[in-house]
Design a protein around this ligand. Sequence first.
Ligand SMILES: Nc1ncnc2c1ncn2[C@@H]1O[C@H](COP(=O)(O)OP(=O)(O)OP(=O)(O)O)[C@@H](O)[C@H]1O
Ligand SMILES: [Mg+2]
Length: 236
Amino acid sequence: MAKRSLEKWKTYKNVFDNFTIHNLDLLSGKGYFDELLSPIAIGKEANIFTAKAGRKRIILKIYRLENCDFNRMYSYIRADSRYPTLKKNRRGVIFAWAQREYRNLYLARKIGIRVPTPIHRKDNIIIMEMIGKGEPAPQLKNDYPADPERFYREVVTFMARMHRKGLVHGDLSGFNILNNRERPVFIDFSQSTTRDSPDYDELLHRDARNIARFFQKAGVETSTGKLLRELEKEEP
Ligand SMILES: Nc1ncnc2c1ncn2[C@@H]1O[C@H](COP(=O)(O)OP(=O)(O)OP(=O)(O)O)[C@@H](O)[C@H]1O
Ligand SMILES: [Mg+2]
């Protein structure tokens, strides 16, 4: 069963190299999923697939070993204090990148941010919960909230909670927040980093700017400065 569906994707737009096909085989053999279903996004560096796992749907985020800007990845991850000795070789950087994203998801989940539950990681493959019922929930940019003010409040609460724990998302936008039945879910923690990293403040400002602008357009009275001040407030 699993084999058959892998055959189907083997040639899919050069997504899978032999190493990845081998890992997919191994992971399905271990029971993490039964078969790949469909690609939901072909991103800059990764391809995202839904897969069937028993009666559930899960997400596989598969970093391409070729066709990805590993120089960019290296420059980001080098600034992360958790990876001080990372060598600049392609596979090592991509595996560390996927590992870091997995760790970030785990950390965010632990402190109460709504994110997909991380299930497993192997080399360049991350397995996580699929957000959405039956099908993936839409990105916020494609599905504006019915009550932008309320949605915004929850986004700010998540950002503030992460900041208090010394974690910044680093790429927060209408692309990387899902609107799951009018509740925000943060995804794509590939650029997320910890407070002791030199680019922490820059990423925090960027997130605040993007989020303030997005919700301003949706009619919420806010600004980058206002949002940043909220992030510094103590938890009520
Ligand atoms: N757990 C999930 N549940 C539902 N949909 C998801 C999930 N993870 C990703 N997606 C969908 O796939 C899209 C791409 O995922 P993601 O943002 O993680 O990758 P990306 O932007 O391609 O990453 P990168 O910039 O690292 O290449 C998301 O915008 C979302 O629509
Ligand atoms: Mg993304």
